[in-house]
Design a protein around this ligand. Sequence first.
Ligand code: UT7
Length: 322
Amino acid sequence: MTGARLLGSGSALPERVVTNAELAAKIDTSDEWIVERTGIRQRYIAGEGETTSTLAIDAARAAIADAGIPAETIDIIILATATPDNTFPATATKVQDALGCNGGIAFDVHAVCSGFLYALTTADSLLKTGMGKRALVIGAETFSRILDWEDRTTCVLFGDGAGAVVLEAPEPGAASESGILASRLHADGAQHDLLFVDGGPSTTQTVGHLRMKGREVFRHAVVNLANVLHEVLEKADVSVSDIDWVVPHQANARILDATAKKLGIPPEKVVVTVDRHANTSAASVPLAFDVARRDGRIKPGDLVMFEAMGGGFTWGASLMRI
Ligand code: UT7
C-alpha cells in the first residue's frame, strides 16, 4: 500500500541573517575555515519574540495555504524539535491552538536532527491505520538558544528555522501513484555522548549547551546514511537511478558530498541549502524540501528521498513520490 500523500509544504526563517564574517569578528574563526570545512556561509538567528513555536506556526500556515485546505481539517500535528518553547506542554499544542484545529492529536517528537524523519514516519503510520485523515508534520528549531557562543567548534555550525508538510491519509484499497513508498528509522544509544546537550530538567535543572565530537559524528554519519538509503531503496524495490531528488539533513556540505558519492548519486540531484541556513536540526529537511519545491526543482511525480542523522545517534530515510 502507498502511504500518506503530500498536499503542501511551507517554511519560515527568522528575520536576522548572521554571516560568517560577523561570527569571525567575535570568536576565533574565519569565513574561509567555515566555508571550506562545512559549506556554510550564513545562518538565520531568532531574535526577540521569535521562538520555536512562532517559526513552526509560520511554516505550518504556509504549508496549509499551499495545500489549499481549511486548517480545521487537520487532525494530527507532530512537531519535531529538540528546542521546544517549554519543557512541557508539547510545542505542537501551541501550534494546534494558533491554527484553530483543537481536538485532534498533537505531540512533539524528539530525535534531534532526525526528528523530521521520525515525525514523518509516525504520521504516515497513524494515517495508514486510520487514526486521522490529515497530518501536519513540522520540524522547527531555535538551536541558537542552546549553543555555547564561545565554543567555535559548534556555534558556527547551526541556525534557526522551520519547515512543514501537510499529508493526507491514503484511500483504503485505492491504488495511488503518489505518497510515501518506504521508510526506515534507526537509533544507536551507545553513541549518545558524541552529540548531546549538557543540561536538562532532570539532571541540572538548566537548559544546557550543545556539545559535539564533530569528527566522530562525521564518520558515523556517512556510513549510517548510506546504509539506511540502501535499506529504503530495497524496501521500495527501486534503484538509485530512479531517484529524482535527495533532500538530506543539511549538516555539512562535505557529508552530503561523501554520502552521495558512496551511493553513486550525482551531486546535481542533491538539494543543498546548508550554505544559506546552516544546520537547523529537525527543521533542515522540510526547509530544504520547501525551498526546492518553491523554486520549481521538485515537481509532482518526482521520486524524492529524505534522509537525516543526529544525536542519539538516530537516523532514518523515507522515499516519497510527490
Ligand atoms: O547535525 C547532526 C550531525 N552533525 C554533524 O553531522 C556534524 C559532523 N561533523 C562535522 O561536520 C565536522 O567534523 C566539523 C565541521 C564539526 C569539524 O570539521 P573537521 O574537518 O572534522 O575539523 P576538526 O574538528 O578535525 O578540527 C580541525 C581544526 C582543529 O584545530 P587543530 O586541533 O587541528 O589545531 C580545530 O580546533 O579546526 C579547528 N577548528 C576551527 N578553526 C576555525 C574547529 N572549529 C573551528 C572554527 N574556526 N570554527
